[in-house]
Design a protein around this ligand. Structure first.
Ligand SMILES: Nc1ncnc2c1ncn2[C@@H]1O[C@H](COP(=O)(O)OP(=O)(O)OP(=O)(O)O)[C@@H](O)[C@H]1O
Ligand SMILES: [Mg+2]
Length: 252
């Protein structure tokens, strides 16, 4: 369970989060939609502890993430993983090293013990194959296409198998077939890990495929949150616009 209360964040003179409230249930996939620049990535960064709120609290599985610092914070966020919007691969590491990064850094998220090298190799291979990236282990991120880098970022996240998974735009820039494979992978990973996932996306097809619940981030807050059927009926211009783009593709 993730519980966010009265979250405020300002950069310079721009109020991005303005008293945002959100509860994410254990075991669900929550999809967050919202216009560009509204603060969706900022919100995910607060949940994983990279950004500190000006005001308000973030509680994850009973721990007040927003009050922790340094090693306490590091320990508390070990069971979380994030796919960053720009993939955020390490340029100087091969794809194999990138994919192994959290496994090596944190060890087993359940026991905290280091993994043997052979286990790491096997997990990396499995994760790369799950995202359709076999054979690129020795390549550098700069040798891959944008879509391949995105999938490598995803492999790094699912290889680690954290119990809370944050995905920032997992299907953006991918072709429709790969995007659908990623959607299926997100659902499959969720079912296997029995974790909690938050997915930020602009892709309404992806959103409706994966979501248990949908949220609209607007004006610094979560303006609406509901199960897909109810959500799509909400009288809000952004939601109705998305609905129109969705149904207009149906008769094809
Ligand atoms: N570290 C920072 N310093 C200053 N401003 C920031 C910082 N991080 C985010 N912002 C600002 O906060 C606002 C929200 O950014 P954010 O990246 O969360 O948007 P977003 O909803 O994820 O948009 P998109 O859909 O385009 O990814 C933007 O105006 C951005 O410029
Ligand atoms: Mg973003």
């Amino acid at each position: 369970m993730i519980r966010i209360k009265n979250l405020w964040k300002r950069y310079g003179n721009l109020d991005v989060l303005k008293g945002l409230e959100l509860e994410v249930k254990q075991g669900e996939i929550l999809v967050i939609l919202g216009r560009s620049g509204v603060g969706k990535s900022v919100l995910l960064k607060h949940i994983i502890g990279i950004e500190k709120p000006d005001q308000g609290s973030i509680e994850v599985s009973g721990v007040m993430i927003s009050e922790l610092k340094k090693n306490d914070l590091y320990q508390a966020v070990k069971n979380m993983g994030m796919l960053f919007q720009g993939s955020a691969l390490f340029d100087s590491m091969t794809i194999e090293e990138n994919t192994a990064f959290y496994l090596q850094q944190h060890g087993d998220p359940v026991t905290g013990k280091p993994f043997p090298a052979s286990t790491i190799r096997q997990k990396v291979e499995e994760a790369l194959s799950m995202v359709g990236l076999e054979g690129v282990e020795k390549k550098m991120p700069s040798d891959l296409s944008g879509g391949m880098r995105k999938r490598a970022g995803l492999a790094r996240l699912i290889a680690y198998r954290p119990s809370i998974l944050l995905y920032d735009e997992p299907t953006t820039g991918l072709d429709p077939i790969t995007a659908q494979q990623i959607n299926e992978l997100i659902v499959k990973t969720q079912n296997e890990l029995k974790g909690t996932s938050i997915v930020v996306t602009h892709d309404i097809h992806s959103a409706l495929f994966i979501a248990d619940r949908l949220a609209l981030h607007q004006d610094g807050k979560i303006a609406h949150l509901a199960e897909p059927k109810e959500f799509m009926k909400i009288d809000n211009p952004i939601i109705q616009f998305m609905k129109k783009t969705y149904t207009s593709r149906e008769p094809l």
